[in-house]
Design a protein around this ligand. Structure first.
Ligand code: ZN
Length: 506
């Protein structure tokens, strides 16, 4: 019976995933190619497909099979190499099923409707720099997020923990505060030292860069990094993203800036890092709920590792800079390697998170985490939020926000009700460096490999240790297993302080 039941359960899981992937194709098309007037029909198509996928997830047959299989455990033989990890599958699917089941249908529909209104209000409010117009929607989204965590079964005093746990299983307010508090202090102090130093010129940033040439260069880099064009695509969209449409089909997008030859490229490398993770899953996990990144933080560690640790390193640029110069001889002909490397790693604190450098980035995240924590604890109100935001900006980054558009209204996340999501970006930095230090001990000569544009050993290490496991290993288990310690600040701080002390002569 066990094997038939398992087969049946896997079929139900697979059908749901196929529906979600079909919805993802439509969504990808909407972001990349859809003519403007197609939006209305597309919204309805997406709503139908997503509704069907949700129904599949809360199908009572799934619950019955999960219960039966929990009791009817197969003989306790250790799983063979490349065998489907059935116990992990049951654990993860039970969690997904349990969460979805606990939300009443009316509540799910109310959330979807409120989210649509809230996002539209946010777009308009940001345009008008008018926080007051968005505030009632934000209030509503916070209220719904509270209810959601309550439905999931979290106590009233720990609702934010519930939201955090959804994005990063196992990490709550207490754990994050213990990491982010000291991290903030270190970064604040270090940033002050850096900003007291003279800044590099980087005059080449103020010239014009043809976007079709940028595109050709980006494709050359992406192929050079080992992105398999038979298993994915690169397209253009207003906001860069990665989406998985199948085991052999991962799409990434970017956008090109006229005056900056690198922002499009760094998006390509960032999304490429996400894609390598998605494409590195073990074939045994194919079209199951395990064939996904194990958490938002671990996913972000992969994109940040490629974008920042590798993509902003000297060794990486040693061979790629001459190549970039060939595409833009007029703009870059007079720029030396050291000048270029310094400009790629300039640290200038600014109000906008997505434009932040490696040193100040995590401070933007910690600020958001602290705001969310206070909002859900009830020690900060929606009306007090902009003032609290601006004070923290000044305090942490030394930055004045000119208006709410470049302050409190800059991110889309809250308008979508995605509370508890922000910490994954900073966690991504921490995970990335802890993995990277271990990778460098395991593979001597990584720098030399980068200088020769050889990325195979890095890919193999990441795939073997992280990617192929998908969701079968929880983030806390993964980091401990690979690096033999729990997640901490050490590696990240060591990296930041070494790299930027040298760059800024500290
Ligand atoms: Zn990312």
């Amino acid at each position: 019976m066990y094997y038939e039941d398992m087969e049946q359960l896997r079929k139900l899981d697979r059908e749901r995933i196929r529906l979600s992937q079909a919805a993802a194709v439509l969504h990808w098309d909407q972001e990349c190619y859809l003519p403007p007037e197609g939006v209305e029909d597309r919204a309805e198509q997406l709503a139908v497909l997503q509704g069907l996928a949700h129904e599949k997830l809360i199908d009572p047959r799934l619950g019955e099979l999960l219960d039966k299989l929990d009791e009817d455990v197969p003989p306790a033989v250790p799983p063979a190499e490349n065998e489907f990890p059935a116990r992990d599958f049951l654990r993860v699917l039970r969690r997904d099923y349990g969460r979805a089941r606990k939300l009443p249908g009316d509540f799910v529909r109310e959330c979807a409707k409120a989210e649509g209104l809230s996002q539209a209000a946010w777009i308009e409010a940001r345009k008008q720099k008018d926080y007051a117009a968005f505030a009632p929607h934000l209030e509503k989204m916070i209220d719904l997020a509270r209810k959601k965590a309550e439905y999931w079964g979290w106590e009233k005093t720990r609702l934010y923990d519930g939201l955090l746990d959804f994005h990063e299983p196992g990490l709550g307010v207490k754990e994050l505060a213990a990491l982010f508090g000291p991290l903030r202090e270190h970064l604040q102090g270090f940033l002050k030292k850096i900003t007291a130093q003279p800044q590099p010129e980087g005059a080449f940033f103020h010239q014009t860069y043809d976007s079709s040439k940028q595109d050709t260069f980006c494709r050359e880099v992406l192929a050079g990094l080992g992105f398999n064009a038979r298993r994915g695509r690169l397209d253009l969209s207003a906001h860069p993203f990665t989406t998985t449409l199948g085991f052999n089909d991962v799409r990434i997008t970017t956008r090109y800036g006229k005056n900056d030859p690198l922002s499009g490229l760094f998006s390509v490398i960032h999304e490429g890092g996400h894609a390598f993770y998605e494409l590195g899953m073990d074939p045994s996990l194919r079209s199951s709920c395990l064939a996904e990144g194990t958490s938002m933080g671990i996913h972000e560690s992969q994109s940040r590792l490629w974008e920042n640790v590798i993509g902003r390193s000297r060794s990486f640029w040693r061979p790629w800079f001459p190549c970039l110069k060939k595409y833009f001889p007029d703009q870059l002909g007079g720029t030396g390697f050291d000048e270029f490397y310094r400009a790629v790693n300039t640290v200038i604190p600014g109000p906008i998170r997505v434009e932040a450098d490696e040193v100040s980035y995590s401070l933007h995240i910690i600020l958001r985490f602290e705001m969310e924590e206070r909002l859900f604890a009830g020690s900060l109100t929606v009306n007090e939020l902009p003032a609290a935001w601006n004070t923290a900006m000044k305090d942490y980054l030394g930055v004045e926000c000119a208006d709410d558009a470049e302050g409190i209204l800059q991110d889309v996340h809250w308008s979508m009700g995605a509370f508890g999501y922000f910490p994954s970006y900073a966690l991504g930095n921490l995970y990335a460096l802890q993995f990277w230090e271990k990778l460098c001990t395991d593979i001597p000569g990584v720098e030399e490999a980068l200088e020769k544009q050889e990325y195979g050993l890095i890919h193999n290490w990441l795939r073997e240790k992280i990617h192929r496991k998908g969701r079968s290993a929880e983030p806390a288990v993964l980091i401990k297993e690979i690096t033999e310690r729990e997640l901490s600040l050490e590696s990240f701080l060591r990296y930041i302080k070494t790299k930027y002390s040298e760059l800024y002569g500290l």
